[in-house]
Design a protein around this ligand. Sequence first.
Ligand code: NIG
Length: 399
Amino acid sequence: MSTTLITNISEAFLSDAAHTLIENAAILIDGEDIAWVGEAEHAPEADSVIDAGQRAALPGWVDSHSHLVFAGDRSREFVARMAGQDYAAGGIAVTTKATRAASDYDLTRLVMGRAAEALVGGTTYLETKTGYGLNVEEEARHARIASTVVDQVTFLGAHLVPSDMDAQEYTDLVCGEMLERVLPFVQFADVFCERGAFDEAQSRQVLAAAKDAGLGLRVHGNQLGPGPGTQLAVEFGAASVDHVNFLDADDVAALAGSWADWDARARTGTAGTVATCLPACDLSTRMPFAPGRELIDAGAQIALASNCNPGTSYTSSMAFCVSTAVLQMHLSIEEAIVAATYGGALALGVQDRVGSLEVGKRADIQLLNAPSVAHLAYRPGMNLSGPVFRAGQLAAGQI
Ligand code: NIG
């Protein structure tokens, strides 16, 4: 195995439990993994050396929530929303129609293009969901296509009840034949537990069936109003509940309580339910921001994710999410980066492999065209993405 030393790094933010920041740093890559991190002056010898040119380094983003399998355009809906119309779950049906009409070739090309955009922006581990198929053949097709492009796929057949079906009949289908058909391609299942989508009883049915099938669980919860989504997620031991805009004190306490057997300093123990905040979506739907500050202060674990989708958040920029979380949600820059890296990894159950710059982890490293990670929020909206390494290889950008 050959080794590569990335040196002359102005500062490296490790996203470890101690939020370590090393000035004048270097990182040694051995094959796919990180073999050493520390001050450049103490760096070991390597087969080859890359000069980072006084750029800052941090882990690649772990985007734990996206909906990339779609065709069509909903910019008119966005324009109408900016003119005052409310977001409604029904917009999903518009994308479903366009996506069903797309060929395998076109859909694969679209997903690959979006994943490539995310990589250029520093995302080195990517989850995406089905949910614009909404019948057995289409959900299975979308799961299969997604599995050829991204790292993890979540089955979201329970995204919306198609207009030509009865809600209970559709829920039974999701929990039966549809679940069976997507199983070879997915790791998690999700349900949109919200007024206008799936009610509590239907959400329970979906989560129970997915759990029985051996899948990890997540819930789209408390996005458009108060509701049972968060409590259900905790009750079922879901890996994450996503959106969390409308939480009451009991919801926050339940999320924090789910981490009672987790040692945050050692990052060991039993993982609870991650609260995944989606600030780009909150802006684009003019919803109140998820209470990220309150959740962290209460002892919950949070993730930041892009929620890239055509309806509520058409961006895969994790840097934008991080700057928004700092500027609007009152997270520190370190908290926001940890949420967008290690937090995402926790939500996906891959925290032992990705999400921080630590020895033995996959060498997923992004260099910023900036001397400090603080520039992510200090220079909002600027493209600071530099070279991106994935599993030890330069995957995007130029040295
Ligand atoms: O995460 N909340 C449900 N699903 C997506 C939106 C889907 C759409 O409107 O197309 C979301 O925001």
